[in-house]
Design a protein around this ligand. Structure first.
Ligand SMILES: Cc1cc2nc3c(=O)[nH]c(=O)nc-3n(C[C@H](O)[C@H](O)[C@H](O)COP(=O)(O)OP(=O)(O)OC[C@H]3O[C@@H](n4cnc5c(N)ncnc54)[C@H](O)[C@@H]3O)c2cc1C
Length: 397
């Protein structure tokens, strides 16, 4: 069982840090520090820098840009990126649709899409969830009817993150009603500029525009955009969801939040000193540090257990504990920023995006980060669903 990093892995961590220090543009770094949030142009610019270095898609086959790193190196890389903090390579492209196309797509699809996906010339979003199909995803009803060499798609997706930035969407659609529900689903790529696609924003509690509804009305999509075989999309979706587990707990993100909570607590003056001197605050801080260490050790056990690609209950433990720790660290940061996070000005733009200005620059982003962190226990399989998996696999209930 692996409990610590060896000398080569420590040297690799230094190499990643040195690269980040030199290559992450300062303006992007400042935005990430202030609001933990980069804009579309920043994410694209940074991913292209990573791609030039050969680090945008570490876990892909080397032929298509993979680095050949060990799972532990990939873990270190993901952790360093999130705790720096730098924007993560766009997950929809790099950990979701890219590996599906490289594993199940045709040679033509690989050549057409993989280089553009890695370089973020094409931005993909994920069209899985529907109003009646979230946790029970196999109940999805968006319908794709084959007519000659096209599919005609009708239906609705919901909670589609970044659809308003995206060029393409990878969709799960129903292509057969006769089969068992998991067996009648296909995986298809759709250009979002196709007539009949309508994207409408959903604003979240943090006042931001992350998610959307996407409607499809008689959208004609070439059969050539089907990935793999018709009615085998469920298999590809399961592969996609279990594909990259190196960073599932996002330990780096929680570490960065804790670091920031401490920095804020030091400057938050109280009658007897600063918030950092408060025993209750410190107790929660240390508890979280200890939990993060235990999550890190669990992640390491998972990475070296040689079960890549297979369902493993440890992934569910990491997803639950990782999400909870991200939320508690965000809460601590929010507490440390205190009343300074209260919006001083709410401005409604012509677009339905709300810009929030806080009283102090250094407190900016802490309230929205806290509010949005609630979503970590919902997306990617809610914590209740992860607990169901544990009950079934570990307790055999
Ligand atoms: C911020 C955000 C971004 C998202 N981005 C995307 C995206 O880009 N693309 C995409 O396709 N989807 C996206 N999603 C959707 C996400 O995958 C779903 O919200 C999630 O799968 C839950 O589905 P649901 O919202 O329909 O809730 P439901 O499935 O209706 O669940 C409601 C509640 O009931 C619980 N529950 C449901 N079934 C069970 C059960 N069997 N046992 C115990 N408890 C249960 C759930 O845990 C939850 O608490 C996003 C969601 C959020 C919040």
């Amino acid at each position: 069982m692996k409990l610590d990093f060896d000398d080569r892995e420590k040297a690799f961590r230094r190499e990643v840090r040195d690269f980040l220090k030199v290559s992450l543009p300062n303006d992007i770094y400042r935005k990430m520090m202030r609001a933990a949030h980069a804009e579309k142009a920043d994410i694209v610019r940074w991913q292209r820098i990573l791609n030039k270095k050969g680090w945008a898609v570490p876990h892909w086959p080397q032929q298509w840009g993979g680095t050949g790193w060990t799972p532990v190196q990939r873990y270190i890389f993901a952790e360093e990126i999130t705790q720096w903090p730098a924007p993560e390579p766009l997950s929809f492209n790099t950990t979701m649709v890219g590996p599906v196309i490289s594993t199940f797509g045709s040679e033509e699809q690989r050549k057409r899409f993989l280089p553009s996906i890695a370089n973020l010339d094409i931005w993909f979003c994920q069209g899985f969830s529907e109003p009646g199909a979230g946790s029970d995803l196999a109940s999805l009803s968006t319908w794709a009817e084959r007519r000659g060499d096209h599919y005609i798609i009708n239906g609705q997706k919901i909670w589609t993150s970044t659809a308003h930035h995206a060029d393409w969407i990878f969709l799960l659609v129903r292509t057969s009603r006769s089969a068992k529900k998991q067996q009648g689903i296909s995986f298809i790529l759709v250009d979002l500029r196709t007539p009949g696609v309508d994207i409408r924003p959903i604003l979240t509690i943090d006042g931001q525009h992350h998610t959307n509804e996407v409607f499809f009305t008689d959208v004609r999509v070439p059969v050539a955009n089907l990935v793999g075989e018709e009615n085998r999309g469920w298999e590809y979706a399961k592969f996609l969801l279990g594909n990259e587990r190196a960073g599932i707990a996002r330990v780096g993100l929680s570490k960065a939040r804790l670091r920031e909570a401490k920095a804020l607590a030091v400057r938050q003056l109280t009658r007897s000193g600063s918030l950092w001197d408060d025993p209750e605050f410190r107790r929660e801080f240390v508890r979280l540090e200890v939990e993060l260490k235990s999550i890190e050790i669990t992640a390491m056990r998972l990475l070296t257990a040689n079960v890549e690609g297979k369902p493993d209950p440890m992934s569910s433990i990491l997803k639950i504990k990782g999400a909870e720790t991200q939320q508690r660290a965000a809460e601590l940061m929010f507490k440390a920023a205190g009343p300074h996070t209260i919006p001083a000005k709410w401005e409604k733009c012509s677009e339905p995006i709300v810009s929030v200005e806080t009283l102090n620059d250094w407190a900016e982003g802490k309230a929205p980060t806290y509010f949005f962190s609630r979503a970590a226990s919902i997306y990617g399989g809610s914590n209740e669903i992860q607990r169901n998996i544990l009950a079934k696999v570990v307790l055999e209930l």
